[in-house]
Design a protein around this ligand. Structure first.
Ligand code: SF4
Length: 431
């Protein structure tokens, strides 16, 4: 397999010999392999959402020290050896969780590999571990901290590993939206049901999960979004879904909800840019957020895959825009995609619409199939990519030395309310 880093180099290294492969203009950075230490101290001077340039670092947030030079200059082989050795020394005292979108050099050291739902469960399955090193992004580490024991430290190897989608809904904007909705709709209908049930995607800050816990709401993942919406409609008349408009729209549409009943909430406009009547008629109010990786997939890419690979099976993630999901054969979470490929007849061809590290890994693991990414211009999740093996080696060796750095710690009040919404999520099993 051509490594992701190598392919990024090809695309960003002035593609003279690669006509038509210029980097795509978007928030998705293809210039990731330039220098992993660019995302070290300057942008991670404290723990915050971490991904976007507009982040506000909470008061009292931990600061990440500058990564020592020895990790910056170590070869890939040396880092691999040091990670393995540190893990062996720590034994059961540490558990390493890895998201499917992490690079292979990290995934090979993960004790658990999974999507955010599976990793949330994994975080609480090893109570004997003193440290949970979360190779993912900040909202996942926050969730792990909430669900794990007080004696456990959750460590994010690079504090700059955030999620641009999660940053699109901040607590103040959601509180303001809620106030406006309550002014118009009231808290409960005549029959005592909630007028609005808040549902936050896992890809959101702990503060928003806590908001849902306080207001009779719930957290969902891409694995269990349909079950969660059913749960919400048993309790309330409408759903306020944030931050990902696409997951909300695709899931609600599959449940038979009309698009006219899904107004978008733009946090920069009064009433989110809607009329009071729009909101009265709404069944799902969609926050104006999206994933910069999944938004890149297009119907034209699907048409091209079908023209070039007759019989191809197209599976996309539900964070993709609705026309893409509609044009695909299937859509589902990363775990759904993995299982679909596992279960396929040898010789199948798959075009996949999700993050490239996962697609390349699936292609490697299944030489009996043809598996390729729908997007010809490589686009890893730039923030997941910030977990370089140098950071993992550093964190583990610090643990060996008895020091915990980059600890993610959610305050007690937030954690208590967020846990209410997370426990509801964990009980809402994927269909
Ligand atoms: S793939 Fe998209 S939603 Fe997932 S962590 Fe990256 S930016 Fe966030």
């Amino acid at each position: 397999m051509t490594s992701v880093a190598t392919r990024i180099d090809l695309l960003t290294g002035k593609p003279a010999g690669l006509p038509g492969t210029a980097p795509a203009p978007s928030t998705c950075s293809t210039d990731l392999s330039a220098n992993p230490w660019d995302f070290a101290p300057a942008v991670s001077a404290g723990y915050g959402p971490g991904a976007s340039e507009d982040d506000v670092v909470p008061a009292g947030a931990p600061a990440q020290p500058v990564i020592p030079e020895e990790y910056q200059h170590a070869s890939a082989e040396e880092l691999d050896r040091r990670i393995t050795a540190a893990k062996q020394t720590l034994g059961e005292r540490v558990v390493v969780l890895g998201h499917f979108y992490q690079r292979d050099e990290i995934v090979k050291h993960a004790d658990f590999l999974g999507d955010s739902f599976q990793l949330a469960r994994a975080a609480r399955s090893r109570p004997e571990a003193e440290a949970i090193v979360f190779c993912g992004v900040h909202f996942m580490a926050e969730t792990a901290d909430i669900l794990s024991g007080e004696h456990q430290s959750v460590i994010l190897p690079n504090l700059a590993a955030g999620c641009s989608m999660a940053d699109m809904a901040d607590e103040d904007s959601v509180e303001e939206a809620w106030e406006q909705l309550m002014d118009i709709l009231g808290e409960t209908d005549d029959d005592g049901r909630q007028t609005v049930v808040p549902v936050t995607y896992m890809n959101s800050s702990a503060a928003l999960k806590a908001f849902c816990g306080r207001h009779g709401g719930i957290v969902c993942t891409s694995s269990n979004a349909a079950t969660v919406l059913e749960w919400a409609f048993e309790r309330g008349r409408r759903v306020l879904f944030f931050p990902d408009q696409h997951l909300g729209r695709n899931t609600a549409k599959a449940m038979g909800i009309a698009l006219e009943r899904m107004p978008m909430w733009n946090p920069h406009k009064d009433l989110g840019g809607n009329t009071a009547q729009d909101l009265q008629d709404a069944e799902v109010i969609l926050w104006h957020g999206f994933c910069s990786v999944h938004r890149r997939f297009t119907v034209a890419q699907i048409d091209k895959a079908r023209a070039e690979h007759p019989g191809v099976r197209v599976i996309v993630h539900p964070e993709c825009p609705m026309p893409v999901v509609d044009a695909a054969d299937e859509n589902g979470s990363t775990d759904y995609i993995r299982k679909a490929i596992d279960a396929a007849e040898p010789g199948s061809t798959f075009a996949i619409g999700t993050e490239i590290n996962m697609v390349n890994r699936l292609a490697d693991q299944h030489p009996e199939h043809t598996i390729f990414c729908l997007d010809p211009v490589i686009c890893p999740c730039s923030t997941m990519y910030r977990i370089h093996p140098g950071y993992l080696a550093w964190m583990l060796e610090e643990l060996v030395a008895g020091r915990v750095i980059n600890r993610i710690s959610v305050d007690a009040a937030t954690a208590r309310d967020a846990e209410v919404a997370l426990e509801r999520m964990l009980a809402a099993l994927p269909r």
